[in-house]
Design a protein around this ligand. Structure first.
Ligand SMILES: NC(=O)c1ccc[n+]([C@@H]2O[C@H](COP(=O)([O-])OP(=O)(O)OC[C@H]3O[C@@H](n4cnc5c(N)ncnc54)[C@H](O)[C@@H]3O)[C@@H](O)[C@H]2O)c1
Length: 347
């Protein structure tokens, strides 16, 4: 397949690009190269004959039309987004512009291209979204594909808006779409403003390990390479108009997660002063911090035969090992605007 991947210089998009090339697909990586992008994430495939890069913004309809006409993809995998909840609290405008308006422009460009092609049934518009659109759970229960939407942050509201647009373009215009809503990803190439890389890198620097609130917030952790594998399965075999929840079957509190990371670091790079866990520091909670997310993955498991390949302990060990040997990669990103600062407390 020839895949047009938006946001392919980001964390998850780059994993999709690397896996898609390895699986023999052609890939056009369309990315605006915002602060969150890093072309080093796709350096391993940059010279592959099946790979092309387009520096373009999904809010730019003219550029999108040119990319569709030039590359004539079989499917779109739409991952480009503003993705950091804390940044959405401080500056929601760019989240609405990219996640809502950008998705609108991409849908319209895809629809024009698909229509000009004679509306092939085999075309796919795969929209990649988050479990945060479903809101927050209590101690029991899991999100299913029919859980009502209840977004609570500017980020999740903008993603919910984009999900609604994608479904409307399917119902109204017949555009063959598939959607996925996944839980929190982690793994190699995770941008160093998100919890797991922050904890690893602060620990290595002997700095405090910040835990929002009391650390009781629960997330269902999904290893990024497992997620990329699921996405490539859905774009090829998912039923048109259907959505699939993708989770890691790995629920942990944030405090448990940090303790596990500290134990791995204690093993890999012992600290003379004692355990890395001694650096744990509780900080002011994020406004509107959702208590718990958990995914019911029954549909993707039963219909497409996918399930995660690693436990969170295995995935975290691989992640720590990756950060230990890729210091030049994360050092360069730590210099970017806002990284290392506490964001999202101004509500
Ligand atoms: N990371 C997670 O845990 C997670 C969980 C659920 C869903 N998601 C979704 O998965 C997708 C990818 O997430 P990620 O963590 O890889 O994000 P990321 O922030 O690492 O990467 C986003 C990429 O999109 C690009 N981009 C941003 N605005 C753009 C625009 N206007 N035009 C073109 N490109 C633009 C950026 O340059 C960057 O390369 C997002 O849609 C996100 O909402 C992420």
């Amino acid at each position: 397949m020839k895949l047009l991947v938006t946001g392919g210089a980001g964390f998850i998009g780059s994993a999709v690009v690397r896996q898609a090339i390895a699986a023999g697909h052609e890939v056009v990586n369309l990315d605006a190269l915002t602060y969150a992008a890093c072309l080093d994430n796709v350096a391993s495939v940059a010279d592959h004959p099946g790979y092309a890069f387009e520096h373009a913004d999904i809010r730019d309809r003219t550029a999108l039309d040119r990319v569709f006409a030039t590359h004539r993809p079989d499917a779109v995998m739409h991952l480009a987004a503003e993705s950091h909840v804390d940044r959405s609290i401080d500056g929601p405008g760019s989240f609405i512009e990219t996640n809502v308006m950008g998705t609108f422009h991409l849908l319209e460009a895809a629809r024009a291209y698909w229509t000009a092609q004679g509306k092939p049934e085999s075309f796919r518009f795969h929209h990649i979204s988050t479990d945060e659109v479903f809101g927050s759970l209590g101690p029991e229960g899991q999100f299913t594909e029919s859980t009502p939407y209840d977004p609570r942050s500017p980020y999740s509201a903008s993603k919910a808006g984009s999900d609604h647009l994608v479904r409307a373009w399917s119902e109204t215009y017949g555009l063959p779409v598939v959607l996925t809503n996944c839980s929190n990803n982690y793994g190699p190439y995770h941008f160093p403003e998100k919890l797991i890389p922050v904890v690893i890198l602060n620990a290595l620097a002997g700095k405090p390990l910040p835990i929002y609130g009391d650390g009781s917030n629960v997330r269902d952790w999904l290893y990024v390479e497992d997620h990329a594998e699921a996405l490539l399965l859905v774009v090829q075999q998912g039923a048109v108009g259907r959505s699939y929840n993708i989770g890691g079957e790995n629920e942990r509190t944030n405090l448990q997660l940090v303790q596990t990371l500290c134990a791995i670091l204690d093993d890999r790079r012992p600290r003379a002063e004692g355990s890395y866990a001694d650096l744990t520091t509780f900080v002011t909670d994020r406004p509107g911090h959702d208590a718990r997310y958990a995914i019911d993955p029954t549909r993707i498991r039963e219909e497409l035969g996918w399930r995660p390949s690693v436990t969170v302990e295995e995935g975290l060990a691989r992640t720590v090992d990756w950060y230990l040997v890729n210091e030049p990669w994360w050092r360069a990103l730590q210099a970017r605007q806002g990284v290392g600062e506490r964001l999202g407390v101004s509500a």
